[in-house]
Design a protein around this ligand. Structure first.
Ligand SMILES: C[S@@+](CC[C@H](N)C(=O)[O-])C[C@H]1O[C@@H](n2cnc3c(N)ncnc32)[C@H](O)[C@@H]1O
Length: 195
């Protein structure tokens, strides 16, 4: 029987290969333009502080935050355990020099300890299957006094539950088609995103 971790890897691999479009992704021109500002707000750090900072983007997905960190002048090592995440991150950051992208598992990070000033660990911890080890491993590659930014999901809201109910009525292919259409629409009319 397949483990939950290999299911997670497989489904994200599929996601980054097949549905890299979406609001709040780099295919969304509003997000692409503002991603550096969003990061400054999210991290609550100044542009000057972030410039030249050595940052790891752990579980980088298709590299949307890696791109933002690079735009802010950080030096970034980004990694993910999916091949398509690795490839998409490479593609999405090809105009920058100060970036290394690797294919790696958070539960066995092939990097030296005490390296980074900041670890960006967004929306990943709850997928690893071993929260304690994942947390310890990412913390261990930080320098003494380094900063760890973690984002995890809270409980699902009402709107999310309704959307999930509606989507569960559709076949996988129809979900994909609907998502692509909605993405195109919301990229054109960003105000619709509140729906
Ligand atoms: C919800 S996505 C978030 C991606 C990215 N941080 C973002 O916010 O766009 C979660 C990511 O964590 C990665 N991931 C989950 N477990 C991992 C592990 N053990 N090692 C490396 N990456 C992992 C997945 O492949 C996926 O790309």
């Amino acid at each position: 029987m397949k483990s939950k971790v290999s299911d997670t890897r497989e489904s994200f691999d599929f996601q980054w290969k097949n549905i890299p479009e979406g609001a709040y992704f780099l295919s969304d021109p509003v997000f692409r333009k503002n991603v550096d500002g969003i990061l400054i707000d999210e991290l609550n750090l100044s542009k000057d502080f972030l410039k030249d900072l050595f940052v790891v983007d752990a579980g980088c997905g298709n590299g949307r935050w890696t791109y933002g960190l690079l735009k802010l002048g950080c030096k970034v090592v980004a990694f993910d355990f999916t091949i398509s995440g690795f490839k998409e991150t490479k593609k999405n950051t090809k105009q920058f020099n100060n970036v290394d992208i690797i294919l790696a598992d958070i539960l066995h990070i092939p990097l030296k300890k005490n390296l980074f000033n900041l670890a960006f660990f967004g929306d990943v911890l709850h997928y690893t299957g071993n929260i304690r080890l994942a947390f310890q491993n990412v913390a261990s590659i930080l320098r003494h006094g380094g900063l760890l930014h973690i984002y995890v999901y809270g409980p699902k809201g009402k709107r999310d539950r309704i959307w999930r109910k509606i989507l569960s009525l559709l076949s996988y292919n129809n979900k994909l088609i609907l998502k692509k259409k909605l993405t195109r629409l919301t990229n054109k009319f960003p105000l619709l995103r509140t729906l």
